[in-house]
Design a binder for this molecule. Structure first.
Ligand SMILES: *Cc1c(COP(=O)(O)O)cnc(C)c1O
Length: 378
């Protein structure tokens, strides 16, 4: 075998993971952190933390923001800050964090089914789930698909419920020009390494009521009101300065990152549109998308191969797609016997058939071609 051919084969075998973290140029990051060596101010709401808050308020088009060490703690402490009780209506078609954040607050998640169009909460099924114990609705803009915000708002005001959005997948998205963080009582964003935008680990809450902001600040800092008064049983969930600098740098490149993702998504669409038994998603007119994920639903009876078979075939080729979101959170082992998955049949149906294909800004179009070729030649 000639050396060249050998090298080409090796290159082709480099694994392709479902995502790859966005990073700024190394010098950009090291230049920014230099001043930390003068101040020795590493955390506790420092200069970079404050700067990132301002940068994000502008970019996300929101009025208020509170930064956290990760998205999950942001959500968990937000629920605590809102003093919710009893039951929270939510979706099982999500990452573990959404459901755990409710349960870890001593509340009961009540699972609403999803719709089969965009996999967000089926708003026609919410009202039947409301009881005298319901205090909030916690939907997820899953894969970056925006929930039916208007209908959720109508139901929430009719029954006097709070609305918290899990927008972990929705960084920077806009609806009719409005930042996605402006809807509901509050919205959680995740800045985890695997998300469209990252601060290594990190997260934020955007909110309208400044009282929530005060509560959040205390809860992420041990419930400390002042140096000599601690009047809340708080946690510790502050974002540190190194995370904040990563966020400041990554934000400078976000427009380009999202436009590269768009190119990848369009390439996938050019291959996988109008294939019998394959369902993919398209842009919506009034929504500025961030191209966070590329979920594909395989109908085995029509396509001829199941989601699991496609996933395994890709794996044989060193390509690691992920079964997001399978299993549903209401079937997790830690919740065994607590919830009836038959009450969310559409979520169950989609979870068994969906596969999210690799997608990140630097995924090459040749790799997209190869992935689609493997799928279509099964
Ligand atoms: C990533 C994610 C979270 C949690 O975010 P972290 O920053 O990883 O703690 C919450 N909800 C959903 C839907 C997510 O995908």
């Amino acid at each position: 075998m000639s050396k060249l051919i050998f090298e080409v084969i090796i290159m082709n075998q480099k694994p392709i993971l479902v995502t790859r973290s966005s990073m700024p140029p190394l010098e950009e990051y090291t230049n920014e952190i230099k001043s930390i060596w003068d101040t020795a101010w590493l955390t506790n709401i420092g200069k970079f933390h404050k700067q990132l808050e301002q940068d994000l308020i502008k970019y996300l088009g929101v009025d208020n923001i509170s930064l956290f060490t990760n998205g999950h703690m942001a959500l968990e402490l937000l629920i605590q800050a809102m003093n919710l009780t009893g039951e929270v209506i939510t979706t099982p078609f999500t990452f573990a964090s959404t459901t755990h954040s409710i349960v870890r607050n001593g509340l009961t998640p009540v699972f609403c089914d999803i719709n089969s169009d965009d996999y967000t909460m089926d708003v026609t099924k919410i009202e039947k789930l409301i009881t005298d114990k319901t205090t909030a609705i916690l939907p997820v803009h899953v894969y970056g698909h925006i929930c039916n915000i208007n209908e959720i708002k109508r139901i929430a005001s009719k029954y006097d419920l709070k609305v918290i959005y899990d927008a972990a997948h929705t960084f920077g998205e806009k609806v009719n020009g409005q930042g996605i963080g402006r809807f509901g009582d509050a919205t959680m964003f995740s800045f985890h390494a695997t998300k469209v935008y990252n601060t290594i680990e990190g997260g934020a809450i955007t909110f309208s009521n400044e009282n929530i902001g005060k509560q959040l600040y205390k809860l992420k800092n041990f419930g400390i009101e002042s140096q000599e008064m601690v009047d809340g049983v708080g946690s510790n969930a502050k974002m540190n300065e190194f995370q904040a600098v990563m966020g400041i740098c990554n934000l400078r490149h976000i427009t380009e990152e999202i436009s590269k993702r768009k190119t990848v998504v369009e390439r996938y669409r050019s291959w996988l549109s109008n294939i019998n038994g394959i369902k993919i998603m398209y842009d919506k007119e009034n929504i500025q998308s961030n191209y966070a994920y590329f979920p594909v639903v395989f109908d085995e009876k029509v396509f001829g191969f199941s989601r699991n078979e496609v996933c395994d075939k890709l794996k044989e080729n060193n390509i690691f797609a992920r079964k997001y979101f399978y299993p549903l959170t209401n079937t997790f082992d830690c919740y065994h016997g607590k919830f009836n998955v038959n009450k969310t049949p559409t979520a169950q149906h989609i979870a068994k058939r969906v596969l999210t294909l690799p997608l990140y800004a630097d995924l090459s179009l040749e790799d997209v071609d190869r992935i689609c070729d493997i799928i279509l030649k099964l």
